[in-house]
Design a protein around this ligand. Structure first.
Ligand code: HEC
Ligand code: HEC
Length: 282
């Protein structure tokens, strides 16, 4: 019998099938200690990055369009599990994202939050501030190998519930308004000894825009379920979290001009609150 080698293989018979690689176990969720910040120019950059993320508008007034800072949602300098922590994030990029149907670098993801969550303008990729922010995120990702999976990453998945926004309004008045204000405007802590000093707006012109991830029902419900009220995290039931999330999501906030261009392959998640061009053409 004559064996003809195929274009791809030069062996005989069926090509051996490699066994699938074992799944990479998630790395531990570890917050590096400050003492691990090196005493050199990289360490100085890490410290500048952390300061920018916690005082974003003061550091970058031309790039921030509202009263939030990066750590308004990425709580505790991005080290809080189930609040989209930055632990391991440096190893999670490059990453394909369906929202723009492209492979995104970490710079792209950072600028998405500038444009949407901070209702502002993107940073130049080669700016010192972008370098500093990434230096801090890389520091928080020490010891986490690609693909960068860690427990507590992103927001914990919840079974979607249909919110009762009337009940949500009542929960907001009883449990949220004392910090975020009766009309969602946020406030400055009247007790300067208390920590933190400042409560961010949750809707209205100074909050995140409609294109932000936090504007999506499932995202904010999970954020609230695990993180709010700030001084009693975990105290809301799943139903209460969805009710108050539905109420907050139904309130007015800044528009995002390019929103119709999102999910260009026509696959927006079910909780996106606006129409996209590609989904309408489907
Ligand atoms: C209004 C809330 C909010 C604010 C403020 C905010 N973000 Fe985000 N950020 C999110 C949400 C929601 C996600 C999506 C997380 C997910 O679904 O895994 C996210 C994701 C990210 C990610 C990717 C995280 C990952 O695990 O892949 C990075 C990096 C990031 N944000 C950086 C920033 C930076 C830098 C700023 C300030 C310029 C900022 N964020 C401000 C809500 C916010
Ligand atoms: C004890 C005060 C306090 C209470 C009560 C409280 N929060 Fe917050 N909330 C905060 C603080 C502090 C932050 C993060 C601020 C920072 O570090 O910039 C925050 C952040 C947020 C954010 C993300 C940032 C933004 O402005 O959108 C949302 C959404 C939010 N809270 C909603 C709620 C809801 C809904 C409730 C009621 C279930 C609630 N909070 C109760 C203090 C509070």
């Amino acid at each position: 019998m004559i064996v003809v080698a195929t274009a791809i293989g030069c062996g005989t018979g069926a090509p051996p099938v490699a066994p699938p690689p074992p799944p990479t176990p998630p790395s531990a969720f570890r917050v590096p200690a400050d003492s691990e910040i090196p005493a050199d120019p990289v360490g100085a950059s890490i410290r500048r990055g952390r300061a920018i993320l916690a005082a974003t508008r003061d550091s970058l007034p031309d790039h921030v369009g509202n009263a939030l800072r990066c750590t308004s949602c990425h709580l505790k300098d991005g080290t809080q599990a189930n609040a989209a922590p930055w632990i391991g994030v440096y190893s999670r990029f490059p990453q394909y994202r369906s929202r723009n149907a492209k492979v995104n670098l970490i710079e792209d993801r950072i600028n998405d939050c500038f444009r949407r969550s901070l209702d502002g303008k993107p940073l130049a990729r080669d700016s010192r501030e972008m370098t500093d922010i990434i230096a801090y995120m890389a520091f928080l990702s020490r010891g986490v190998a690609p693909p960068g999976e860690v427990p507590g990453q992103g927001f914990a998945k919840m079974t979607p519930l249909v919110p009762d926004t009337a009940r949500g309004r009542a929960i907001y008045a009883a449990q949220c308004a004392r910090c975020h204000g009766g009309t969602g405007q946020g406030m400055t802590n009247p007790d300067p000894a208390g920590s933190p000093r400042y409560y961010p707006p949750v809707w209205g012109p100074e909050s995140y825009n409609i294109g932000a991830g936090m504007a999506r029902l499932y995202t904010i419900a999970s954020f609230l379920r695990h993180n709010m009220p700030y001084d009693r995290p975990g105290s809301l039931t799943d139903a209460e979290a969805f009710d108050v999330a539905g109420f907050v999501a139904s309130q007015p906030r800044p528009d995002f001009a390019d929103k119709a261009l999102d999910w260009p392959k026509g696959d927006p998640p079910p909780d996106v609150a606006y129409r996209t061009n590609a989904a309408q053409q489907k």
